[in-house]
Each structure stands twice: as structure tokens, then as C-alpha cells.
Ligand binder design. Structure first.
Ligand code: MG
Ligand code: MG
Length: 259
């Protein structure tokens, strides 16, 4: 699973410098598909529940499950890119919300807080805790900033299939839900809205967007419970290398394999 998570992490890292005004999400999708196959893996989303592409690309008010198209990205957009891959029979699932050029300060803040909430949640994925502990931590942290936590879509266990038990909501109550067990792997993925938590769906049957058309952010890591502690299988380090960002946020969770 480490290998599968590495494929999706490197794919987002490869895409990072390509995300700029003028590029279309369909172009990004083609690059990703090629890159995933070059690494001896298969796109995990293509054909999954009949999804038509390799990436879910969700700009601005789109929360998740956006379908790649011919519309060029423009200065000030944000774009959530969710990437799946299968290698050696196991899935990787990984997402990051990118800035296109210079974005508005309140949107930048939404991205920062949502990404931080991912780590706040991951910190609770440890021996003795339950599903509700992770959800509670993410909900508390993001609602304290006045944001809306999407209810209808949740994180999940991951392994030989993309979506396994347990469901990992980004909201919840402390001490409730399934207890975490050693060796478990989950995809933790806060979907956080600048405004209302409510969502709607486009007639394409896929695209989820905010009910008030305000921006939404999405970050996702695959995390294993090892020696009672959370260990990151996916990593944003390839994105940061591409964008020349120096961030140490993963250090407390990172597996030795990335050192
Ligand atoms: Mg995903
Ligand atoms: Mg997922």
C-alpha cells in the first residue's frame, strides 16, 4: 500500500508545476494517466463506478468528483485534484487543493486551515481511539474558523478496494464509532467549505458543489496504524519539492521509507 500511495503522491507532485492559468483539467488528466501507467500502476478512478477519467478535478465551488474538461484554469482559481491508483492489487487515494496564481486571502486561509485539519484528524488516528475521535477533531478545528463541514461525503478504509470500512466522517463525537486496530489503513479527507456545509450536485451525476457557490477545499492522505501510531503512506513532499515550498508538517507522521 506504501507503493500505491507513493504513485499517487508522485503524480500530484508531477502535476503541481503544471497547474497554472491556461491549462485545462483534461490536459492534467492525460498527464496523470500517462504518469501513473509509467510507474507500473493503473488509474484507480478510471471506470470506478463508471467515472470517465483518471483524476477528479474540482475548481472553486466544486467540492469533489468534478470531471476533467476543456475549460482553462484562470488566475485566482483554486483546484482540488483527487488521484487514485492501483499497484500490486492495492489502492492509493490522495488529494490536494492547489492555488492557480494568486488567490484571495480568505481562500488561501481556507486552504491552510483545511490542510491543517487533515493533520489534526490524523493525530487522532491512534491505538485506543475511535472513528468519532478523528471526525470530532476535524469538525471542531474547522468550525472554530467558521467553515462548513460537508456531511454527505466522508473518508474511508482503503486496501484491495478503494472504499472499505470504516467510513471516516469529518464530523462526529468523541469516543463513538469503530475502534481503530493495528495495521488498519484509512483515507482521511476533510472537505471543508468557506460558507455553508450544504452541497448540491450537477446534472452530470458526479460533480458535487457548495450550495452557496462559495469555495471548498479538499486534502487527503492514506494513513496506516503502525505500532499504535499514525504513519503517512502518502506524502505532499513531491508537491512541495515541485513548488519549492519548505514545510515540515509531515515530519511527525512520515514513514521511514521517505527519509
Ligand atoms: Mg480521493
Ligand atoms: Mg478517498
Amino acid at each position: 500500500m506504501r507503493e500505491s500511495a507513493l504513485v499517487v503522491s508522485k503524480t500530484l507532485g508531477m502535476l503541481a508545476p503544471e497547474i497554472k492559468p491556461g491549462v485545462t483539467t483534461l490536459q492534467l488528466d492525460k498527464m496523470a494517466e500517462e504518469f501513473i501507467r509509467e510507474q507500473g500502476a493503473v488509474p484507480g478512478f478510471l471506470g470506478l463506478y463508471d467515472f470517465p477519467n483518471s483524476l477528479c478535478v474540482s475548481p472553486n465551488a466544486q467540492v469533489v468528483h468534478g470531471i476533467p474538461n476543456d475549460t482553462p484554469l484562470k488566475e485566482g482559481d483554486i483546484i482540488s485534484i483527487d488521484c487514485g491508483a492501483i499497484k500490486n492489487g492495492y489502492y492509493g487515494d490522495h488529494a490536494y487543493t492547489f492555488e492557480v496564481g494568486e488567490v484571495a486571502p480568505e481562500v488561501k486561509k481556507l486552504l491552510e486551515v483545511t490542510k491543517e485539519s487533515l493533520y489534526v484528524g490524523i493525530r487522532e488516528f491512534k491505538a485506543g481511539n475511535r472513528v468519532g475521535d478523528v471526525g470530532y477533531a476535524i469538525q471542531k478545528f474547522t468550525e472554530d474558523h467558521g467553515y462548513g463541514v460537508v456531511r454527505e461525503l466522508v473518508g474511508h478504509g482503503i486496501g484491495r478496494t478503494m472504499h472499505e470500512d470504516p467510513e471516516m466522517p469529518n464530523y462526529g463525537r468523541r469516543g463513538r464509532g469503530k475502534k481503530f486496530v493495528e495495521g488498519m489503513v484509512v483515507a482521511i479527507e476533510p472537505m471543508i467549505n468557506l460558507g455553508t456545509k450544504r452541497i448540491k450536485q450537477l446534472p452530470d451525476g458526479w460533480t458535487i458543489l457548495t450550495a452557496d457557490n462559495k469555495p471548498s477545499a479538499h486534502f487527503e492522505h492514506d494513513v496506516a496504524l503502525v505500532d499504535g501510531k499514525p504513519e503517512l503512506l502518502s506524502t505532499f513532499k513531491y508537491i512541495y519539492e515541485s513548488l519549492k515550498i519548505n514545510l515540515k508538517e509531515e515530519d511527525e507522521f512520515r514513514a521511514k521509507v521517505y527519509d
